[in-house]
Design a protein around this ligand. Structure first.
Ligand SMILES: NC(=O)c1ccc[n+]([C@@H]2O[C@H](COP(=O)([O-])OP(=O)(O)OC[C@H]3O[C@@H](n4cnc5c(N)ncnc54)[C@H](O)[C@@H]3O)[C@@H](O)[C@H]2O)c1
Length: 374
């Protein structure tokens, strides 16, 4: 089988490529070595036996070349970063939406039948997660908090009708997509373009909505995405991790190895075609605890993570994956425990190349009025 991995030099793509090679598949990578991701990292891993095209997924000629003879496409290339997308909307739409549209157009023009298209989409499409209203046990969705909400009710979301505190619960795939940041919208359009054309032209396509993926090789010099990697790059520079709000916001962290397993399960299973799956751990983790655990595991106990009481406009408070559909249809089961996953991440980070650019990203957010102090 010939498989194209777009963005195959990136964090998730590089692990996917290794797994495909282990299975004996022929692999092509197209990746433009986006400077923000690769700027101070080691030369990314490029296994000798892959066909490597250094180029942009928006380049028609390069993509025609990349798709030659390919049976499967795993589409990982993207501009990745929620807050940055709010002041670079054109770039995010161009790479993620136009790039995916070009990929699809070229797939439609080919004579060769495609065995599978797998798109890595994102939990950010949901916006705030799903909540339970204690007074009547009903499940509700809410808009993303604004500064007015936080001033009146504090950090935790409340029911807009009763004013009571609501409890976060895992969100299933059929929940309405309420994410409004440009990255979220771009991932949603990627998904909708893919599923719409796939249905029309009978292309076996699967969308995996990844939650917060973590593990070795996530860039330690990209301050725009990957909260654990950002904390690590701060700690390696002897700086305290900066935690927004009070630190009790939660995310669902999933190991990159579990994500790779999910991709292979989707590749092998025709029942997955035409569907969307949440790929997470199903477990919420408090961000302040992530920062303190990483600090401890790295042996930097003298440094104290700083919860700064600031709100990054557009940030959600809680979102955890309901993974029952992936368990049922794909037989997906997260296997890496949180502790083992963090240990692996920290061991890798100790020898990885890292530069702390947090101050630069932070200054950009402030310049655009996207941070508010409470
Ligand atoms: N990491 C996460 O937590 C997470 C969560 C949800 C979804 N995702 C999705 O998973 C995919 C992979 O993410 P990642 O974390 O590995 O990111 P990454 O930034 O490490 O990898 C993306 C790769 O794509 C390449 N790339 C970017 N723009 C390109 C372009 N125009 N042409 C060619 N190559 C380009 C980059 O050089 C990089 O190597 C993305 O689609 C992302 O939206 C990631």
């Amino acid at each position: 089988m010939n498989i194209l991995v777009t963005g195959g030099l990136g964090f998730i793509g590089s692990f996917v490529v290794e797994k495909l090679l282990e299975r004996g598949y022929a692999v092509t990578i197209i990746d433009n070595l986006a400077p923000q991701v690769h700027r101070s990292s080691h030369q990314p891993l490029t296994p000798a036996n892959v066909k490597l095209l250094i180029g942009d997924i928006r380049d028609r000629g390069m993509m025609e070349q990349a798709l030659t003879g390919v049976d499967v496409v795993i589409h990982c290339a993207a501009a990745v970063g929620v807050a940055q997308s709010l002041y670079q909307p054109y770039h995010y739409i161009d790479v993620n939406v136009a790039g995916t549209a070009l990929l699809l157009e070229l797939l439609l023009q080919r004579k060769q039948k495609l065995h599978k298209l797998i798109l890595l989409s994102s939990m950010t499409e949901y916006g705030e997660g799903l909540y339970l209203r204690p007074s009547d046990d009903s499940l509700i969705r809410i808009e993303i908090r604004d500064s007015h909400h936080i001033q009146k009710h504090g950090w935790e979301p409340v029911c807009p009708y009763t004013g009571e505190l609501i409890t976060p619960v895992p969100i299933p795939e059929d929940a309405e997509l309420l994410g409004k940041n440009i990255y979220a919208l771009s991932k949603r359009y990627q998904e909708e373009l893919t599923l719409s054309l796939a249905q029309l032209y009978a292309i076996p396509a699967v969308c995996l909505r990844l939650f917060n993926v973590y593990g070795p090789r996530q860039s330690l010099s990209n301050p725009y995405t990957g909260v654990l990697a950002i904390f690590l790059s701060r700690l390696l520079a002897e700086q305290p991790p900066i935690v927004f709000e009070d630190g009790n916001q939660t995310r669902d962290f999933v190991s990159v190895h579990d994500v790779c397993r999910a991709i292979l399960l989707a590749l092998d299973n025709p029942k997955a075609d035409g569907q969307v799956f949440n790929i997470g751990s199903g477990e919420p983790r408090r961000i302040i605890e992530c920062a303190t655990t990483l600090t401890h595991l790295l042996g930097k106990d003298a440094i104290e993570p700083l919860a700064n009481g600031e709100f990054r406009k557009g940030d959600i408070r809680h979102c955890t994956a309901d993974i029952r559909k992936a368990q049922r249809v794909l037989n997906y089961q997260p296997q890496i425990t949180w502790y083992d996953g963090l240990q692996e991440l920290v061991q890798w980070a100790k020898t990885a190349s890292s530069t702390d650019y947090f101050a630069q990203a932070d200054a950009e957010l402030r310049q655009h009025g996207l941070i508010q102090k409470f």
